[in-house]
Write a protein that binds this ligand. Structure first.
Ligand code: SF4
Ligand code: SF4
Length: 106
């Protein structure tokens, strides 16, 4: 990885060190083929959940790794910031609410 990528990881880990695991689990989905390893999501994540990693399968040589999903607070800042629609976050509670709305319509 390049120096700026290693720096992004270092800063993310420093932010994570100040946090605690979140009590609810959120599901983070990365679509590696869309990811260009720009590090915008790593930089914006307040809990250091995401890191960059070498990825020989990716044409840019780098992609995102969900390194500590248990720290994710579900803020979706990564999803909002990604210019390539390569990362999505779902929280269980919202998924359940959606199911209830669907059932109510029937
Ligand atoms: S912001 Fe999107 S394209 Fe950039 S590293 Fe994150 S997931 Fe990949
Ligand atoms: S939803 Fe928020 S806490 Fe979770 S990975 Fe994305 S930016 Fe980080």
């Amino acid at each position: 990885m390049e120096k700026f990528e290693l720096q992004a990881n270092e800063e993310a880990l420093a932010r994570r060190a100040k946090k605690k695991p979140f009590p609810k689990r959120n599901k983070i989905t990365v679509v590696p083929v869309y990811c260009k390893g720009c590090s915008l999501c790593v930089d914006v994540c307040p809990t250091g959940t995401l890191l960059l990693e070498d990825d020989p399968e990716n044409k840019f040589g780098v992609s995102i790794k969900v390194d500590a999903e248990e720290y994710c607070i579900g803020c979706k800042m990564c999803e909002d910031r990604c210019p390539d629609f390569a990362i999505f976050v779902n929280y269980e509670d919202n998924e359940n609410e959606n199911v209830k709305v669907e059932e109510g319509k029937q």
